[in-house]
Every structure is written in structure tokens, then in C-alpha cells.
Design a protein around this ligand. Structure first.
Ligand code: AMP
Length: 281
């Protein structure tokens, strides 16, 4: 079932035969792959009804060319979702319906969560994400919403948004789905050949190496080795490598016991911007 407007969605979710049922929600920008489907499957396992939104949100793209080239194929997405369950409700609104008058992002303050990594390199990105997720939460009114750790900084932003606004939505973090070589699945990978995808798993190999060395090397050594692994590769343009506190997302200065740390990478490779991250302890 494809629903195109907020009114239609409310009309579908409100009738008495749906009241009292739990609603799981998976927001996506489409071009679905097994990573998205793992979130949808978890939502199906844990809820009575599942809504998957497919909406390429213009306000979270800091690069107009990236927005223009973002892969879109609603028909293929719907048939993938149907193969999981014919019951999935697809919500694919037009920007005008979702945003109403002005298609623009609100300004948020997430403190340290958006000061580094994606927040530092993609101006306005998280304002766009928080704006669209707020609008979608309003339209869907879910009990649970599922977000991938692939976009770990986004996950922390949404957890904070829900907390700050006192929303009664449970945010469910979902593990990163990878291919056999470790490359994190991503819609943007569609633009790479199979051979390039093999090469692109360098991001994961560097993260894995950082994880292995974390207990016995200094932060300085870890950062240096990771950067070195990219400086030898002419096809890659490393945007950042960072080791950060997994709660505050501030770059680690020293390792405090009892705290969790993660390594984060963004790199450009054959015109595709790749991101990945891994828990270190
Ligand atoms: P996107 O369509 O890229 O906006 O992603 C929609 C949701 O799917 C977000 O919560 C992403 O973090 C999640 N997601 C994307 N790729 C993966 C992946 N490889 N593994 C797990 N979750 C993912």
C-alpha cells in the first residue's frame, strides 16, 4: 500500500480497527538495500503495523549535485518491501505535502553532537534531518522508530531530539549491514562497480584495525595509522578520521574507563562520499 499524503496516512492509521495497534516506523530516502530491509524486518518483528517512509529530503543535502544524483526508484523499493511483507505501509509524500508552505530546515542546537565529523563537514545537514524527522514523526505518530548505526551521529541527534521534545517514541538503534568484504551497505554505493566496492571496503579495514589496536596504542598512533592507510591510496580522498566519545561525539583526548568510544570515517571515492563507523570498546 502506497500512501502519498499526511491526511491519507492519518485516515488510514486512525480508524477503529487500527487503534491500539503498535506502529513501528522506518524513515528512509529510498534506493533500498538489505541495510534498510534489516531495519524494516526488525520493525515487523516488534510492531503490529509498520510504516516505511520514502522521501528524499532536500533540506538535508548540503551539496545540490549530491541531491540531483541521489538514486530514486519507488517501484523497485515497493517491490522489495512487499517481498518482506505485503502489509508494509509505504508513505511517499511530496515535499509540499510534508513541509506545507516553506521547504526549509529549522535551526536546532544539539551542542557537541553536531560540532564534529558530519556536522562539521556538512553544514546544515542535521538541521535538515531533525526537521524532516520531526515532520515525519508528526505524520506517522509511531510507538517505535528504527535508525541505523551506519549514521551514528544522526542516531544520537534523533535520540536527543526525542528527549528534548519529550516525545513518547522509542528510538531503536540497529546494527550496520555490510557486504561480505565489510563495506557498509549504502544507496550511494549503487554508483560503484563491483571492483570499486571491493576497494571501498578499505574504510572498514581501517576501522577494524583501529578496533584491534585500540587497547594497546595511543590515540595519536591510532589516528596516524588510519590517516596513513588513506594517504597511500590515490583513489581515496579522506575527509575525516576521528575517534570520539560515543555519547557526546566529541573527539577523544584521552581514554576514560567506563566510557564507550567509536571510530568514524568519511572519504570520497570515485565521486561517491562513503561514511562508516565502528565501536572500539
Ligand atoms: P537513508 O535512506 O540513507 O536515509 O537511511 C535510512 C535508514 O537506514 C537510516 O536510519 C540509516 O542509518 C539506515 N541504514 C542505511 N544503511 C544502512 C546499513 N548499511 N546498515 C544499517 N542501517 C542502515
Amino acid at each position: 500500500m502506497i500512501i502519498r499524503t499526511k491526511d491519507e496516512l492519518k485516515g488510514f492509521l486512525c480508524p477503529s480497527n487500527n487503534t491500539g495497534k503498535t506502529v513501528g516506523f522506518v524513515p528512509t530516502m529510498g534506493a533500498l538495500h538489505q541495510g534498510h530491509l534489516s531495519l524494516v524486518q526488525q520493525a515487523l518483528n516488534e510492531n503490529d503495523l509498520v510504516v516505511v517512509s520514502i522521501f528524499v529530503n532536500p533540506t538535508q543535502f548540503n551539496n545540490p549535485e549530491d541531491l540531483q544524483r541521489y538514486p530514486q526508484n519507488l517501484e523497485a523499493d515497493v517491490s522489495l518491501l512487499k517481498s518482506l511483507s505485503p502489509e508494509v505501509i509505504v508513505f511517499a509524500p511530496a515535499a509540499k505535502d510534508l513541509y506545507q508552505e516553506t521547504i526549509s530546515a529549522k535551526a536546532y542546537d544539539f551542542g557537541s553532537l553536531t560540532q564534529f565529523m558530519e556536522g562539521q563537514h556538512r553544514a546544515g545537514h542535521f538541521d535538515g534531518v531533525a526537521t524532516v524527522v520531526s515532520l515525519l514523526f508528526d505524520a506517522v505518530n509511531p510507538d517505535c522508530a528504527y535508525f541505523g548505526e551506519k549514521d551514528f551521529q544522526q542516531l544520537r541527534v534523533i535520540q536527543t531530539l526525542v528527549q528534548d521534545q519529550n516525545l513518547s517514541i522509542s528510538i531503536v538503534p540497529c546494527p550496520i549491514a555490510r557486504n561480505a568484504d565489510g563495506l557498509a551497505l549504502s544507496s550511494r554505493n549503487e554508483r560503484l562497480t563491483e571492483a570499486q566496492k571491493k576497494q571501498a571496503s578499505l574504510l572498514y579495514r581501517v576501522l577494524e584495525q583501529t578496533q584491534k589496536s585500540f587497547a594497546h596504542q595511543s590515540l595519536e598512533q591510532l589516528r596516524k595509522s588510519a590517516k596513513q592507510a588513506f594517504s597511500d591510496q590515490i583513489d581515496f580522498d579522506l575527509e575525516y578520521f576521528e575517534i570520539a566519545d560515543a555519547q557526546t561525539l566529541t573527539p577523544a583526548i584521552n581514554i576514560a574507563s567506563g566510557k564507550k568510544y567509536r571510530a568514524f570515517i568519511a572519504a570520497h571515492f570515485h565521486g561517491v562520499r562513503l561514511i562508516d563507523n565502528l565501536e572500539l570498546n
